[in-house]
Design a binder for this molecule. Structure first.
Ligand SMILES: [Zn+2]
Length: 120
């Protein structure tokens, strides 16, 4: 066993003894298990802090409602425009096209609301 590995095992057992938690995630550099020490994530083999991908997800979650709110606004104004068109036409083919378009928009709106509800 290389001296480095022994150091690593010692660091690992020291960390565990001082209350560190071994996580199921692995270090992206060396594939060793990541430890949570005082709310920070560390790879004890690389001896450096690891930034978990989950933090990016959280940043994304904060970003999503804004995007969805904008999307919902666009959908609402499109539905409004289509409603105006629909009220003017008597052509069955056009009525069908417009109602299908509205239907698609409403479906997207429902999905956006559902997704927004999960992250907001
Ligand atoms: Zn590592």
């Amino acid at each position: 066993m290389a001296a480095g590995s022994e150091d690593y095992l010692k660091r690992m057992s020291d960390a565990l003894r001082s209350g560190a938690k071994m996580l199921s995630e692995i270090c992206p550099v060396c594939s060793s298990p990541i430890f949570q020490i005082d709310n920070e994530l560390w790879c004890l083999r690389c001896e450096r802090r690891v930034v978990k991908v989950k933090e990016e997800d959280e940043a994304m979650a904060a970003f999503t409602p804004y995007v969805l709110t904008r999307l919902e606004g666009v959908i609402a104004s499109k539905i409004d425009e289509l409603s105006a068109l629909l009220s003017k036409t008597a052509d069955p083919q056009e009525v069908l096209h417009i109602t299908q378009a509205i239907d698609g928009l409403l479906e997207t709106l429902a999905k956006s609301r559902k997704l927004g509800g999960e992250t907001r």
